[in-house]
Design a protein around this ligand. Structure first.
Ligand code: ADP
Length: 584
């Protein structure tokens, strides 16, 4: 609780103790989620009214601004107007920025235009969630600006500090994931929520991470109901209805997706907002004008054609805008670039027209220096929807951190990469479509790109895995196995996953679910590797034995080479062994 509010409470303490009836106030505070049932019981167990009032005030002094506000509101509602007025001047302001940042809501892109009609439509649906839980679906094509729109819609003072979502807004990026990954995501969300709630109320405890999806769902249900009542959960980029079912816990959800029908599978009230795949022409021109520091009316004639060529796609307009900022004379050239249909690669079955994106990406990559281009191509190895700190790239590129930050700044300036400034250190990520483009462009070199990651990691951490527990360390524990699998380094993957050191440290730093996730994910590779190793061991032991000629007849029908047949004969003559598949 901030200092002013605390000292006001202390100064008014005796007046409050004299008059208030704690049992009346606590009902309101519980429904605001700032007091738990246990705490209420403890206070009720005091014998006299005054003792109960003292206990409530003592507890309140250990709580946060939200609790102070809730206590104040309870006084007003229970007609203690004179007492409420003692506290009124010190009411803390809950800053919307703090709420958004705590909930992990992404910031606006550096160059941003407001799609006010759309934003208002989403807000209007969100206001309806004030009364009851439910779902608001924002749907549209990839790159149409759904995430930016969702973040903008919740950037509304009245929504988050008023009566609508007093429990805050909690953002979760989902993307394409399987059950194991989903568990990991919900675990992180629960951890974040518990940690924040513990900071506000040190008496609440942190639990061990939930071990299964069912348990995770129950934990989240509990947290949303008890600790964060009437808060909003934003699920960004959901692909699969089974993922959505994990969040079917009677809470308030805003989700972005490409699939309009996704929310059909969950219960509760539902509404939706469609996002056109492109911006209105005026808005797209405004983005270009902002990039080149000009006025939309003064843009050259090619500007409209550029917007038309990319159908107003915000992602493509941003890429071209960033190029024009650097080369303001190239309007005609970039228009011509967009009109070329050189790249015929990506998912033409999709209703989205990717041509413009391909041309824009190619043009942006082309203007990078050769050195930076190579570094950018290395980003192909990132997994979709994963954000990385600069330190990971400093290992990958073997560059000083400051140099890496300079390179990343160049990418961010060109809209080739995005930065999440909510975290310190900053985290960097690619848009899905950019990653698709890179993957297609470098398909034949993927294995060696992943091998490079593994080798660079091994070089930096030759003495053993990192143990700092920071974002970089977490990245390696989470993704080193992924890179090894993609690099086809199965023997190294096997050794790593059966190295006690790795298993112990990973379990300590990340909890068991991540470990189990790895064994589920790479089970098939490990099985094959075990089989190969058994064969090798078997062959080795067999080759040490003496060949016994008389058994040759018995194995003649087998399709083994002579040497193998002789070796096999040397070890056994029983049928069971000869039927073994190990030798095929
Ligand atoms: P989606 O979630 O639909 O895939 P995003 O919301 O991630 O799309 O937007 C893709 C990119 O388009 C953003 O990174 C940003 O560069 C640009 N963009 C989207 N909306 C806007 C906007 N309102 N103003 C400026 N740029 C935008």
């Amino acid at each position: 609780m901030e200092e002013g509010a605390r000292s006001c409470l202390l100064l008014s303490r005796s007046s409050l103790e004299q008059d208030i009836r704690a049992s009346y106030l606590m009902d309101h505070m519980i429904s605001d989620g700032v007091l738990t049932g246990d705490e209420e019981d403890r206070i009720r167990s005091k014998l006299t009214r005054r003792e109960q009032a003292t206990a409530l005030l003592e507890l309140l002094l250990r709580k946060d601004n939200q609790a102070y506000i809730s206590f104040y509101n309870a006084l007003v509602r229970e007609s203690y107007g004179d007492l409420a007025s003692l506290l009124h001047n010190s009411l803390p302001l809950v800053s919307p920025e703090a709420v958004l940042s705590e909930g992990g809501v992404p910031q606006r892109p550096v160059v941003f235009v407001s799609r006010s009609a759309l934003v208002n439509r989403v807000r209007e649906k969100l206001y309806r969630l004030q009364k009851e839980p439910g779902w608001v679906t924002v749907f549209g094509m990839a790159g149409s600006g759904k995430s930016v729109l969702a973040a903008e819609a919740v950037r509304d003072h009245a929504l988050i500090t008023g009566r609508c979502f007093p429990g805050g807004v909690h953002w979760l990026s989902i993307g394409q994931l399987d059950r194991a990954d989903l568990l990991v995501r919900i675990q992180s969300l629960c951890f974040r929520l518990e940690q924040q709630s513990q900071e506000k109320d040190p008496s609440s405890s942190l639990h061990r991470p939930p071990g299964s999806l069912e348990e995770a769902k129950e934990r989240l249900r509990f947290l949303m109901l008890r600790r964060y009542p009437r808060s909003l959960l934003v699920l960004d980029d959901i692909w699969d209805s089974s993922v959505l079912k994990a969040f079917d816990i009677q809470c308030r959800v805003l989700l972005t997706t490409r699939d309009r029908s996704l929310a059909d599978c969950v219960s509760g009230s539902k509404s939706e907002v469609a996002v056109e795949s492109g911006l209105e022409e005026d808005q797209a021109l405004e983005i270009l004008a902002l990039y080149v520091n000009g006025k939309p009316q003064r843009l050259p004639e090619q500007a409209r054609s550029i917007v038309r060529e990319c159908k107003g796609s915000p992602l493509v307009v941003s890429l071209i805008g960033a190029l024009l900022r650097e080369f303001p004379d190239r309007w005609a050239y970039y228009l011509h670039t967009l009109q070329q249909k050189k790249f015929k690669r990506i998912r033409k079955s999709s209703s989205y027209d990717y041509d413009a994106l391909d041309q824009a990406m190619a043009a942006s990559i082309q203007v990078l220096s050769e050195e930076h281009r190579e570094l950018y191509i290395d980003l192909t190895v990132l997994e979709q929807d994963v954000k990385v700190p600069a330190k990971v790239l400093s290992v990958l590129w073997d560059l000083e951190l400051e140099e890496v930050e300079d390179v990343l700044q160049d990418f961010v300036n060109k809209s080739l990469l995005f930065r999440d400034c909510h975290h310190r250190p900053y985290l960097y990520y690619l848009h899905d479509l950019q990653l698709d483009f890179l993957t297609e462009m470098n398909r034949s070199g993927l294995e060696s790109l992943h091998t490079k990651v593994v080798r660079q990691y091994q070089q930096r951490y030759s003495q053993g895995p990192p143990t700092s527990g920071d974002e970089e360390c977490l990245y390696w524990f989470r993704f080193l196995t992924y890179h090894m699998a993609k690099a086809n380094l199965t023997q190294e993957l096997y050794s790593l996953m059966f190295s006690l050191d790795w298993v112990r440290t990973k379990a300590q730093i990340m909890g068991p679910a991540h470990l189990i996730n790895d064994y589920v994910e790479y089970g098939a590779i490990l099985d094959k590797e075990i089989l190969d190793r058994l064969q090798t061991d078997f062959r080795l032991s067999v080759s040490n034995l003496v060949f016994e000629d008389e058994h040759e007849e018995q194995v003649n029908h087998c399709q083994f080479t002579n040497t193998r047949r002789r070796l096999l004969l040397a070890t056994c003559s029983n049928d069971k062994f000869m039927n073994t598949k190990l030798w095929n």
